[in-house]
Design a protein around this ligand. Structure first.
Ligand SMILES: NC(=O)c1ccc[n+]([C@@H]2O[C@H](COP(=O)([O-])OP(=O)(O)OC[C@H]3O[C@@H](n4cnc5c(N)ncnc54)[C@H](O)[C@@H]3O)[C@@H](O)[C@H]2O)c1
Length: 248
């Protein structure tokens, strides 16, 4: 129960990692505010300390009201975990439209700007807080055909490091987690269009991990619970690879 009474916002709480992260934080005693486009995907967490908010994280006003509501409910916000995201199916750069590029940058980068801005606003007066962004090991170990996705994850890492130096004097820590290929619904979406996303496809991703298996959403959740906790009191600007060695 080391996160007892910490108030943590988890975006993408309806996704594979967001679900595992919010469940782990709840187990550790945190009060979790899940935000996701899909309300139905958060319905399974029927826990007294879990609040689900169905919002589009790209809507600035909706994000501001959701954070204000969470703050009003609990009187503070201790943590923010950015776990929303959008994949790219492997394609040649000539086939990537500008519209897709903008959409992906919005979901994977602009969302971080909108949520971190709100979190900083409520964390600064308390002179403490922890912001964690899920980026991707592909930012440092690219695969072909994922140029837009990888650019967005590089931006996510740089944004986190920039915020870490800006917010350190306010006692707010900002860290990045780089997952390797993780067993969630998103994994298959990285395949080339029309490719069979079955167990064999998953095996190809698993074979690319030196430790020989896909990352489990629970592996990511463990790292998040550490980074939210006071055990990580002097950890900021860090980039934690949870990838079974894929980045080596
Ligand atoms: N699965 C992988 O292999 C893998 C590897 C490395 C990094 N990542 C990153 O990890 C993070 C979590 O991914 P996941 O695997 O859990 O994916 P997922 O698709 O299971 O979950 C993503 C969630 O984000 C939500 N979302 C998307 N756009 C939104 C918006 N505008 N407003 C609100 N919610 C929105 C979706 O509804 C979904 O529930 C993402 O940033 C992803 O890029 C995933």
């Amino acid at each position: 129960m080391e996160l007892k009474d910490k108030v943590v916002v988890v975006t993408g709480a309806g996704g594979g990692m967001g679900k595992a992260i919010s469940e782990k934080l709840l187990t550790e005693g945190a009060l979790v505010v899940g935000m996701d486009l899909k309300e139905a995907s958060m319905k399974d967490r029927n826990h007294p300390q879990f609040t689900a908010m169905a919002i589009d994280i790209l809507n600035e006003e909706a994000v501001a009201s959701a954070f204000a509501e969470a703050h009003e409910q609990y009187g503070k916000i201790d943590g923010l975990v950015n776990a929303i995201g959008m994949a790219q199916s492997a394609s040649s750069i000539e086939d990537v439209s500008l519209e897709f590029w903008h959409q992906l940058m919005n979901v994977n980068v602009t969302s971080l700007f909108l949520t971190s801005k709100e979190a900083a606003k409520y964390m600064k007066p308390k002179q403490q807080g922890s912001i964690i962004t899920i980026a991707s090991i592909s930012a440092v170990r690219p695969r072909p055909g994922l140029q837009a996705y990888i650019a967005s994850k590089g931006a996510a890492e740089s944004f986190s490091r920039a915020l870490a130096i800006e917010l350190a004097p306010h006692g707010i820590r900002v860290n990045t987690v780089h997952p390797g290929p993780t067993d969630t619904g998103m994994l298959g979406q990285f395949a080339a269009p029309g490719a069979d996303v079955d167990t064999a496809k998953k095996q190809i991703f698993a074979d690319s991990v030196p430790m020989g298996r896909l990352v489990a959403p629970s592996d990511i959740a463990e790292s998040i619970s550490y980074l939210v906790s006071d055990r990580a009191a002097m950890v900021t600007g860090a980039v934690l690879h949870v990838d079974g060695g894929r980045g080596l």
